[in-house]
Design a protein around this ligand. Structure first.
Ligand code: ADP
Ligand code: ZN
Length: 291
């Protein structure tokens, strides 16, 4: 039995086919150009297989609430040409199979929870710090979703006393994403974030923002573990800095596991999202069979 997964990002779509033993048998990365061109290539890839179900983790914002007419759409994305695109039905109508539809970060959270760093837990928060900042939460094995999916990358943060940057979020300027994403770092320092030395004093500021956000999520959601991914988190020296800053900011107010166990990196590397999508495809098939 074969499952399909699409991890849809603003830069690329990662498409994969996996079998019931969770082996990925084929994978293709497609650049995100126009919806027409991108979906043509998506179909071309998956048309080679007979799939039992699919799982999609998409960039957003997307509509995940079935009560709305635009359920299944990418809604108000600033990505040119991609707002108001009925993603889910482009896939569902073409293949006529069960399709699980969620955000890219939820899919990654699911992947890490079931097969990665959060294995054995029933709740987990996955945060990506990359081109954007976003997070997905699983609480008691369910995604945290309400009227919409959460937009945890856009929370307000207290400014670090040494930070004079105004922020680059096109909606809120100095929200979490506006202060701490890869492009925010590069715009603030006028250098590639990859090229900063691990000893650069800026990393204290970055760690402070990430820790402050984790503190807020911890106080609101109480996850069992926080998994950090995305390009910026390739800077491994950030982990001990974030843990220390989180400990300082929390000031022992909540009892948590030791920080090395509470704030961790991805186990599935850059595969958390696509593995999550494949697992969600299987979950959706099981749900449909039990209906
Ligand atoms: P995306 O968010 O587009 O899926 P990534 O998670 O790889 O992709 O994030 C890309 C961003 O992360 C870029 O803005 C880049 O500045 C930053 N980045 C990528 N690799 C590194 C690195 N090794 N160190 C610091 N920043 C990085
Ligand atoms: Zn914002």
């Amino acid at each position: 039995m074969l499952f399909g997964g699409i991890e849809a990002g603003g830069t690329k779509f990662v498409c994969a086919v996996g079998n019931e033993n969770e082996e990925i048998i084929s994978k293709l990365s497609i650049p995100t150009t126009t919806p027409e061109d991108t979906f043509r290539q998506v179909y071309e890839f998956f048309d080679q297989y007979t799939l039992a179900a699919m799982g999609i983790g998409s960039f957003g914002p997307i509509c995940i609430n079935e009560k709305f007419d635009n359920y299944g759409y990418i809604t108000t994305t600033p990505k040119k040409g991609w707002s108001n695109i009925d993603f889910l039905h482009k896939v569902k109508n073409h293949y006529n199979i069960p399709v699980y539809w969620t955000t890219d970060v939820n899919a990654a959270a699911h992947g890490e929870l079931k097969r990665g760093a959060a294995i054995g837990k029933s709740s987990c928060l996955y945060i990506t710090i990359g081109t954007g900042v976003g997070a997905g939460a699983v609480i008691n094995d369910e995604f945290l979703e309400g009227i919409h999916h959460p937009e945890m990358g856009h929370i307000n943060l207290k400014l670090h006393p040494d930070d004079t940057y105004d922020g680059n979020c096109i909606y809120h300027s100095d929200c979490f994403e506006g202060l701490a994403s890869g492009p925010a770092i590069e715009n603030r320092l006028d250098k590639k974030s990859q090229s900063l030395s691990p000893r650069d004093p800026f990393w204290e500021i970055e760690a402070y923002y990430i820790a402050q956000a984790i503190m807020n999520y911890t106080l609101v959601l109480s996850p069992e573990i926080v998994v950090l991914g995305g390009g910026v988190m390739h800077q491994k020296h950030l982990f001990p800095m974030i843990r220390k800053s989180l400990k300082d900011q929390l000031a022992n107010y909540v009892e948590l596991p030791n920080m090395e166990e509470y704030v961790v990196g991805c186990d599935l590397k850059d595969q958390s999202g696509i593995i999550g999508c494949l697992l969600l495809a299987e979950k959706e098939l099981r749900r449909n069979l039990s209906l």
